[in-house]
Design a protein around this ligand. Structure first.
Ligand SMILES: [Zn+2]
Length: 435
């Protein structure tokens, strides 16, 4: 709330310019009408376009300059924009403060330490008393937080952090995929980050690199955030639905920050569906429609992800590296054992990033995509084995995801009900506006 007051203040250097003009104007007028005017030219009629001297005296201690406005001003407020290479001592000297002022301000409590992490381009706003001592120093270091340093006496300053209220309201986006998920996301008005986040939420169920098809749809509800009425950006995805090849996936964000399916199962699972981020995939989307994954799978016993050399490849699940080596068929390749039953294989790397025996986390980069060994171009050949047999991870039954904590279940179910209603309402509204 405090920063609302701060925000509504006009720019300080504008105040100073206006103040200067008013002072000059008043002095000119008063000279015109003062008795003393007689000592100037005989008939004291001012001619337009001619400059007349003004006996304007400015008290040295109130003259300040800043790099925002180079002209000296009589205002008691200065807004200083931090430049690269600045430090507190430099800035204080620039605005005319003594070394002892700098010392006392820098010791204005623990919050004052924020001044040590100022970034170029940020503003320090000073107000001074008539002696040139700081009354307040205000540093708005984030959208929502402001440091305020106040003088209690000349050698004692206090500091506090004012936090503005963040208000958020839900917004919606939905679309149907024509050429690619990315294009559909952009068309729906989503930012790059929100598109990536949506793919991440469903990344354990859907292979966004290989299995997205024309006609797939998505519907997502996320936060729009405001501070004091100003839009400051998008917040979290609150609920989302993705229909992939006719299969419906839904996810709700719980208050713990994790996503769960409406039945309370975590969206996080033992295996990511794709070991490569879909943004790198250079495959031809329209062509894929005529080559169902299932058919290629039988012939090939794996999935080929075509992407530029150097694309990071991640472990689909946590496990132990059981092979990290080179041969002339597989090129640089890595095999990972997950528990007793599962093995994943990654071939044709340009560079391996893990060693034999190493424990890896899910999502950890294990190598860079390449074209080593028997390979006709840069791609990742990925295999998924259950009990030593090649399987399609899309159709195989995988370990069940962890359910939500049973103490949280009721709260989650209520949240889910509300959010799915909102999501479905939005779907109806959008359909109505199209028809
Ligand atoms: Zn292959």
């Amino acid at each position: 709330m405090v920063s609302q007051t701060i925000k509504t203040l006009p720019k300080p250097h504008k105040i100073s310019l206006v103040a200067l003009i008013i002072i000059v104007f008043i002095l000119t007028i008063s000279m015109l009408f003062s008795a003393d005017a007689s000592r100037h030219a005989t008939s004291q009629v001012l001619q337009p376009g001619i400059k007349y001297p003004v006996d304007l005296v400015i008290d040295e201690t109130t003259v300040r300059s800043s790099n925002v406005e180079s002209a000296p001003s009589t205002s008691e407020t200065i807004s200083y924009q931090v430049k690269s290479g600045d430090n507190l001592a430099k800035i204080f000297k620039h605005v005319g403060l003594s070394a002892s002022d700098t010392y006392h301000v820098s010791r204005a409590g623990k919050d004052a330490k924020k001044l040590l992490t100022m970034m170029p381009g940020e503003f320090l706003n000073f107000t001074f008393d008539e002696r040139g001592k700081i009354n307040t120093l205000i540093y708005e270091y984030s959208e929502t937080e402001t440091l305020i340093i106040t003088r209690k006496s000349d050698d004692d300053y206090t500091s506090m952090i004012a936090t503005a209220d963040v208000y958020s309201k839900p917004t919606f986006a939905q679309g149907e995929i024509e050429s690619s998920f990315w294009n559909a996301g952009i068309k729906a008005g989503m930012t790059d980050n929100k598109i990536m986040e949506l793919a991440d939420i469903f990344g354990w169920d859907i292979d966004f690199a290989m299995e997205i098809r024309a006609g797939d749809t998505f519907n997502v509800m996320y936060e729009e955030r405001y501070v004091n009425g100003d839009f400051i950006g998008f917040g979290d995805i609150l609920a989302a639905e993705f229909v992939n090849q006719g299969e419906v996936f839904q996810a709700i964000r719980h208050t713990d920050g994790s996503y769960y399916a409406p039945n309370g199962r975590s969206m996080k699972k033992s295996f990511l569906r794709a070991p490569v981020n879909f943004r790198y995939i250079s495959s031809n989307f329209t062509k894929k429609r005529y080559h169902p994954v299932q058919k290629r799978w039988k012939a090939h016993r794996g999935t080929d992800y075509a992407a530029p050399t150097g694309t990071p490849v991640v472990a689909a699940g946590k496990g132990r590296v059981i092979k990290s080596t080179y041969d002339k068929f597989n090129g640089h390749h890595v095999f990972i054992q997950h528990g007793d039953r599962y093995v994943t294989k990654y071939l044709h790397f340009s560079k391996r990033k893990v060693k034999n025996g190493e424990i890896v986390k899910q999502g950890q980069v294990i190598g860079l995509l390449g074209s080593t060994g028997m390979s006709s171009g840069p791609h990742l050949h990925y295999e998924f084995l259950v009990d030593g047999v090649h399987r399609n991870p899309r159709t195989v039954t995988l370990p069940k995801a962890e359910p939500i904590d049973k103490n949280e279940k009721n709260a989650f179910m209520q949240l889910t009900e509300q959010r799915l209603v909102l999501l479905n309402n939005n779907k109806r509204i959008m359909l109505a506006s199209i028809n």
